[in-house]
Design a protein around this ligand. Structure first.
Ligand code: AGP
Length: 615
């Protein structure tokens, strides 16, 4: 949700760093972009609608040479994508420029006040109030102290923000601040940076410091001073990032989503391996205190959004029977407002690829506030994210950097993490039958190969895709643990191909959605050979009886037979406990091919962004 990058250098142009940072951050939003640099003590700004490439075209015609600058790629919240609404936002006489990620909830009130003081607004954004507020305080300060002006301005803001501010009156620095949206300071040699995440700066440095909520940082080319919310000078830990330029490369694939689907065997292997010690699952993979926490818990509450929520839904089908623990799963945006009751002994599990999803983080903060003795566990793909830094326990999936907006390898590794958690809990609680334990452990060993086999369906799904390119609607059905997989298949298809797709429990078909079924409504069923396959087949007959066209992703063992209205896509045979992890792969490939053949930008689907850091 909006990407910020800033550079403070001495005598070298900031623009190359700003543009490469923006390109790396484009996954966070891509409806408009802009840069501002300080040149001869004045702010110069260029903005454009559309992707970063459009901004680059403009910058070819108007070169900006400043050594200090800020840049932004936007995902619109307040106001349509337009040049006026693009960041940086400028104050009166271009004295101050601001880039912002987040949402200022009290912006209307601040706007009215600033307008009454004579400030003229040129955009519909919430961000513009920050530029005018900083300008207001800068002009009240005798020394024109930018740090102090930003500190005072952010004290007036309600909501979430990560900001970077420059001013012609302080041409050698950036002042940055965060509350609720991520911001990291990068340390280079005689150059310093700020960005929404480390991927923007990997060509420049691997040394970073994460700002905490309430921090304000004054960043010069060779130093950085951070003050916390109470104005006290603080030192934040320095970390060395493991992300490399290779993680950001397409490695010959056409799209990041395509590459990331193919990364899955290795991502799954790494996730399993890092959790093992001497051939056994090491409970400490969930955190140093995991064993003592897991011994105490009596229920589980899973909280997440989107694809991560689907992983949580699937996990319930493992955790309840095998670890004998009641398990609830909630969408974070609902959970935070439904006034839930907090029970002693509950383990709250927060799943997030990015670890920066605003609703998921808000739920974590709510649990910590309302039920301070509760245990919290993050399942996350980003080691230093706000989520992993905020929970008592954390399990890191090893999917590697996921750039495509459509989550693929993060999902399959989240499922692996949950299966490992189930085994660990089942063993500690002595509820996991020995033969099932063995089956899972054996299955995990061969899982990467099975996913590899599933990827071999690529050309089959490429050939199937044209049957869907003209469709406007599609139903996905599953039963049991395949129901969340059906939901995930539908989400993948709708988010990248813009075909309206719904996932349903197959048993619910006759309670409503069957009314939609006719020869124009394709129905996709996920049917690996599990205990409910027989029941699913009866549901599918209901579809055929209404002339519905069926596309069944089934394992050979189901022995489902093709007919003129039923197409069967054979997926690899795998133990039913691990089947969802394999079954989702062909659905990802299918969505990918349909989207590509419909001419859509699969990595940057319209209206979406990778990291949803606003509510
Ligand atoms: C997945 O394809 C989506 N783009 C989206 O649903 C995503 O899973 C959701 O926004 C949650 O993100 P997180 O895992 O980073 O918290």
């Amino acid at each position: 949700m909006c990407g910020i990058v800033g550079a403070v250098q001495k005598n070298t142009k900031a623009m190359p760093v700003l543009l490469s940072g923006l390109r790396a951050l484009e996954y966070r939003g891509y409806d408009s972009a802009g840069v501002a640099v300080i040149e001869n003590g004045k702010i110069e700004c260029v903005k454009s609608v559309g992707k970063v490439a459009e901004l680059e075209k403009k910058l070819k015609k108007r070169e900006l040479n400043g050594a200090v600058g800020i840049a932004h790629t936007r995902w619109a919240t307040h106001g349509v994508p337009s040049e006026a609404n693009a960041h940086p936002h400028l104050s009166h006489n271009n004295e101050v420029a601001v880039v912002h990620n987040g949402i200022i909830e009290n912006h209307e009130k601040l706007r009215t006040r600033l307008e009454s003081e004579g400030y003229k607004f040129v955009s519909d954004t919430d961000t513009e109030v920050i530029a005018h507020l900083v300008h207001h305080y800068l002009n009240l300060s005798k020394q024109k102290d930018l740090f102090e002006a930003v500190e005072k301005a952010v004290h007036e803001l309600k909501g979430a923000y990560a900001i970077a501010v420059i001013s012609g009156s302080a041409p050698d620095r950036i002042v940055a601040a965060r509350f609720g949206s991520p911001l990291v300071v990068g340390f280079g040699n005689e150059k310093m940076f700020v960005a929404s995440d480390v991927s923007a700066l990997i060509d420049e440095t691997n040394q970073f410091t994460y700002l905490e909520d309430g921090d304000v940082a004054e960043i010069f080319a060779d130093s950085c001073v951070i003050r916390n919310a109470s104005g006290k000078r603080v030192d934040r830990p320095m970390i060395t990032s493991e992300i490399s330029a290779a993680d950001m490369s397409l490695h010959g694939f056409q799209h990041y989503m395509q590459k990331e689907m193919y990364d899955q065997p290795q991502a799954i292997k790494s996730t399993i391996e890092q959790a093992m010690k001497k051939g056994e699952i090491d409970v400490r993979a969930f955190g140093a205190k995991a064993l003592s926490v897991f011994r105490k818990i009596s229920s589980i509450q899973i909280i997440a959004c989107g694809t991560s929520y689907h992983a949580g839904l699937a996990a319930r089908y493992w955790i309840e029977p095998l670890a004998d623990l009641p398990c609830n799963v909630d969408v974070a945006s609902e959970y935070r407002y439904r006034e839930p009751r907090f029970r002693k002994g509950t383990l709250y599990v927060f799943i997030s690829q990015s670890g920066e999803t605003a609703d998921t983080l808000a739920c974590l903060n709510m649990v910590k506030r309302e039920s301070p003795n509760s245990h919290t566990l993050a399942i996350c793909n980003v080691p230093e994210s706000s989520l992993t830094r905020g929970t008592d326990l954390a399990f890191l999936t090893r999917a590697g950097k996921e750039i495509g907006v459509a989550s693929t390898k993060a999902f399959t590794t989240q499922l692996v993490a949950f299966l490992l958690l189930t085994v660990v809990l089942g063993r500690i609680r002595r509820t996991l039958p020995k033969e099932i334990d063995k089956k899972i452990m054996k299955g995990l060993l061969t899982l990467p190969e099975k996913v590899e086999e599933a990827l071999e369906l690529d050309s089959t799904l490429h050939r199937l895709a044209p049957k869907f390119t003209e469709k406007e609607h599609c139903l996905f059905l599953g039963r049991g643990i395949e129901y969340p997989i059906a939901l995930e298949g539908a989400l993948k298809l709708k988010e990248i191909s813009y075909i309206h797709a719904e996932g349903y429990q197959a048993g619910e078909l006759k309670h409503g959605p069957l009314a939609l079924v006719d020869e124009n409504m394709p129905v996709i069923a996920v049917a690996p050979n599990d205990a409910l396959a027989g029941k699913l087949q009866s549901n599918l007959k209901e579809v055929r009886a209404r002339n519905g066209k069926l596309f069944i992703f089934a394992s050979p063992e189901t022995k489902i037979v093709k007919d003129e209205g039923t197409e069967v896509i054979l997926i690899p045979e795998v133990d039913e406990l691990l089947a969802p992890i394999v079954a989702v792969v062909p659905l990802q490939l299918f969505a990918y091919h349909v989207a590509v053949q419909r001419g859509k930008d699969v990595d940057k689907p319209r209206n979406l962004a990778k990291s949803v850091t606003v509510e």
